[in-house]
Design a protein around this ligand. Structure first.
Ligand code: AMP
Ligand code: GLY
Length: 427
């Protein structure tokens, strides 16, 4: 089976790494990939948003399965595009059509979906530039801080949490006035939920599902969860407060109603669903859905899966995931992102990365790396995701930090406190 992974980050390297361990004879292609995926298969210089180029690559390389990493091609309809093409009739896509991807692509759709299916989430209403006065009135019914969310994809920047009512109103006006372009033409305003966040993940064939290991990521650039939001500075799995009791509630109140709700609405969803959850006094609430795996969550989830990932993906393709087993290792996994100095603001690229050859105790997933003159150089904000496993979270973290001390590039930055809030929580 020839498999094409779309994307170029640490998540896609982790997917390729996990698939490379399959007992089946798989040939891996990644588009566009990075130097990490190039070690496991063939990188193709194809932009995942250029659907005609993806189509040509599928035909040229006799691809039988496409695994879509990032959200943008899903929301843009890559799955529908492939499935509608008679020449690609035998190709299986892991990732929903644009209707299922609306769970991520439209906050208003996601909130409406949760309301229709009784899935716990924060109280909300949606507003447009025509209903600003109603929005201001709705805010008076909420207790601050106010949570404002641009409806569409905004590269992780579309959510604002503001305590001051006047500032919230002026930010709302700026959003509806076009700050996020089309993504902000509708704005969801919702109740703030105080609790502790974590994420759950499933792989579904649209009928049933398998629960993947859960994870917690660290989004802020600064230690102690301070400073600007990033794509993610690190992640851990398992999450100590995701007890069997809590995860039972997540399955009963969130996951099953989501899979059944998609089915009831005639949305054939085949792929991953990422549930961003808030644990509010032991009860799960959905903060957001993503129609894909997370990054850097994938870099801790996939290393904890003991089963053959291809077997599970085949279960999605054949709609018999119910008959496939997913065994999760009891070990802990932690990943720490090494980022470019300046990220998430402006940063320089092209610095040589040293020490990669001497890594022993960790798996280094490439994210923003490139190749120049036979050397591996930095080419993005998030550069490397350094994952380790251990019997405990502490052991996994210690290994990652030890590995990091042997890797270098100019301006390197990383958080030294990944997992800081969890270390004292016993499972
Ligand atoms: P999202 O892009 O929807 O994941 O939101 C970004 C971040 O904003 C989340 O990871 C949460 O930390 C925070 N957030 C979103 N919605 C809420 C809410 N209703 N209450 C508290 N925090 C929230
Ligand atoms: N790390 C968050 C995400 O992938 O959306």
């Amino acid at each position: 089976m020839n498999i094409l992974i779309l994307g170029s980050g640490g998540r896609e390297h982790a997917l390729a790494w996990k698939l490379s361990k399959s007992s089946r004879p798989l040939k891996l292609f990644t588009a566009p990939g990075n130097p990490g995926t190039a070690m496991l298969g063939v990188n193709l210089p194809v932009d995942p948003l250029d659907f005609t180029a993806v189509r040509s690559a599928i035909l040229e390389h006799k691809i039988g399965m496409v695994v879509v990493g990032p959200e943008a091609p899903l929301v843009e309809g890559i799955t529908d595009y492939i499935e509608a093409d008679p020449e690609l009739a035998s190709v299986v896509v892991i990732g929903p059509g644009s209707n299922g991807a609306m769970l991520e692509g439209s906050k208003d759709f996601a909130k409406g979906f949760m309301k229709r299916h009784g899935i716990p989430t924060a109280a909300y209403e949606t507003f447009t530039s025509e209903t600003i006065e109603d929005a201001v009135h709705f805010m008076t019914t909420l207790t601050p801080p106010y949570v404002l969310k641009a409806d569409g994809l905004a590269a992780g920047k579309g959510v604002l949490i503001i305590s001051d009512p006047d500032e919230a109103v002026s930010e709302l006006k700026a959003m509806l006035g076009g700050r996020f372009g089309k993504a902000g033409s509708k704005v969801v305003i919702e109740q703030y939920l105080a609790g502790i966040e974590m994420s759950a993940f499933i792989l579904t064939d649209g009928i049933s599902y398998r629960l993947l290991p859960e994870a917690k990521d660290y989004k802020r650039i600064g230690e102690g969860d301070t400073g600007k939001n990033t794509g993610g500075m690190g992640a851990v799995s398992p999450v100590p407060f995701a007890t069997p009791e809590f995860m039972g509630k997540v399955e009963d109140k969130v996951i099953r109603p989501t899979v059944e709700g998609l089915r009831a609405e005639g949305i054939e969803y085949r792929g991953f669903i990422f549930f961003g959850l808030m644990n509010v006094g032991g009860e799960p609430y959905v903060i957001e859905y993503n129609a894909r795996l997370g990054d850097p969550e994938s870099e801790v989830i996939l290393p904890r899966i003991e089963s053959d990932l291809y077997d599970l993906l085949e279960g999605v393709a054949r709609r018999d995931i119910e008959s496939r087993t997913l065994v999760t290792s009891p070990d802990s996994a932690a990943t720490v992102m090494m980022v470019s100095g300046g990220y998430p603001d402006a940063y320089n690229k092209g610095f040589e990365i040293t020490g990669l050859d001497s890594v022993r105790d960790s798996i280094v997933f490439h994210a923003g790396t490139g190749e120049s003159g036979g050397r591996i150089v930095t080419s993005g904000g998030r550069v490397l995701s350094v994952t380790s496993r251990g019997e405990t979270l502490e052991e996994a973290l210690e290994k990652s930090y030890r590995t990091i001390s042997g890797i270098g590039f100019e301006g390197v930055n990383y958080r030294k406190d990944i997992g800081f809030d969890l270390k004292k929580i016993k499972r």
